[in-house]
Design a protein around this ligand. Structure first.
Ligand SMILES: Cc1ncc(COP(=O)(O)O)c(C=O)c1O
Length: 379
């Protein structure tokens, strides 16, 4: 069989190492995974109950119009159903946006250190992914993005901005992002995608999802996932908010049953459960504060994070620390695929898991004799 070269050479997205695989490889009985920015609380009890209540209906196809899910989403997102659709995770939506807007040899623009799925989807569709340089603090550099855009504007069809970004945890303020949108305000040739997978973890009370300005722009799409704050990563549910024409095009290209009936039911329950969102925020923020304190005490430089994870620097190749941590039953996430061989990403877990991760990190630093460098260092 002849497989096209662009598929053969696709840069595979490397997900976090699974718990069971790690147990088997290292003969461990207890392993914790802080590698995929999942919600350590699991799905909320009300989501679990809604799933249980609908298990006997699983011989039926899901509702292709996503009617009930959209009804709840109208209230939750304060937008009309014509501006909303759902996907099998936001991953699927990202891929379809590339297919809708880009032709072969077009370009999607993003930033250095941006979430890798944009590049993977671009490459899979024979589209180039151009990355503007990030700021020294590893943030999206909006001026650099605009300058890249100006140089290649005939070819650039989508600009992807993850806000907050994964794996860096950096965030652009609403003000910064809106000035950026204004630059492209009447530009019908480029779509700006604000990927807000981690938006609920931003602590600044003045920070708002760009869904609040959705209707002021005809080229803005906002993505929201149910995998993080709602703890539903296994169910695969992501939302897209956008102009009517974009939502209409997406609904034509998506498969009718792309969102399972379990995910639809669970999504409705999740959007109703405001307390669970608050509980997840509390657990995440106290975990992040704990990591700040402990990493600083160990003299490990890190980037302050507005997500449910933290990116820190390693004094030796991160893969070495990663392997030593695996032996102790803690899965972290190497990010060398982002051009960062001296960084590791650590997700917030339950309090006990965060403690274990830090204790193991201390053991590994001691074993490798890396503990000399004491002091507070924040990148
Ligand atoms: C920035 C960002 N966007 C999107 C996703 C994908 O989310 P989903 O599970 O909805 O496909 C992730 C997952 O880690 C992410 O970090």
């Amino acid at each position: 069989m002849k497989i096209p070269n662009y598929i053969k050479h696709l840069n595979l997205y490397k997900p976090g190492k699974p718990i069971e695989e790690t147990k088997r490889e290292f003969g461990l009985t207890e392993v914790i995974k802080l590698a995929s920015n999942e919600n350590p609380l699991g799905p909320s009890p009300s989501v679990l109950k809604s799933i249980e209540d609908h298990l006997t209906e699983q011989h039926l196809y899901p509702d292709p119009s996503q009617f009930e899910l959209l009804t709840m989403a109208e209230t939750f997102f304060s937008h009309n159903r014509q501006n909303i659709s759902f996907g099998n995770g936001t991953d699927e939506i990202i891929d379809f946006l590339v297919r809708i807007f880009c032709e072969k040899n077009d370009i999607v623009l993003t930033s250095e250190f941006a979430f890798q799925a944009y590049e993977v989807s671009a490459m899979a569709n024979q589209v180039r992914c151009l990355k503007a340089p990030a700021t020294p603090g590893m943030k999206f550099d909006l001026e650099a993005l605009i300058s890249c855009y100006e140089q290649h504007k005939e070819k650039i069809k989508i600009i992807f901005i993850a806000n907050p970004n994964n794996p860096t945890g950096t965030v652009l303020s609403s003000f910064e992002f809106i000035s950026f949108l204004d630059y492209f305000k009447h530009n019908e040739d480029v779509l700006i995608v604000s990927d807000e997978a981690y938006v609920e973890f931003v602590r600044d009370p003045n920070y708002k999802s760009l869904s609040s300005v959705l209707l002021s722009y005809n080229n803005l799409v906002v993505l929201r996932t149910f995998s993080k704050i709602f703890g539903m990563a296994g169910l695969r549910l992501g939302a897209m908010l956008g102009p009517v024409e974009v939502v209409d095009a997406y609904n034509r290209i998506r498969k009718p049953f792309n969102v399972s009936s379990v995910a639809q039911i669970a999504g409705i329950a999740a959007m109703r459960d405001k307390d669970f969102v608050k509980q997840t925020q509390r657990v995440t923020w106290s975990g992040i504060d704990f990591f700040y304190k402990e990493l600083a005490a160990m003299g490990i430089p890190f980037i302050p994070s507005e997500g449910n994870f933290i990116l820190f620097e390693t004094p030796v190749l991160a893969r070495i620390i990663f392997s030593e941590m695996l032996k102790l039953g803690v899965i972290l996430r190497p990010v060398d695929n982002y051009g960062l061989p001296y960084h590791l990403r650590m997700s917030v877990g339950l309090e006990s898991e965060n403690r274990k991760a830090i204790q193991c990190l201390q053991k590994v630093f001691k074993k490798l004799d890396l503990t000399k460098n004491q002091g507070v260092v924040i990148l």
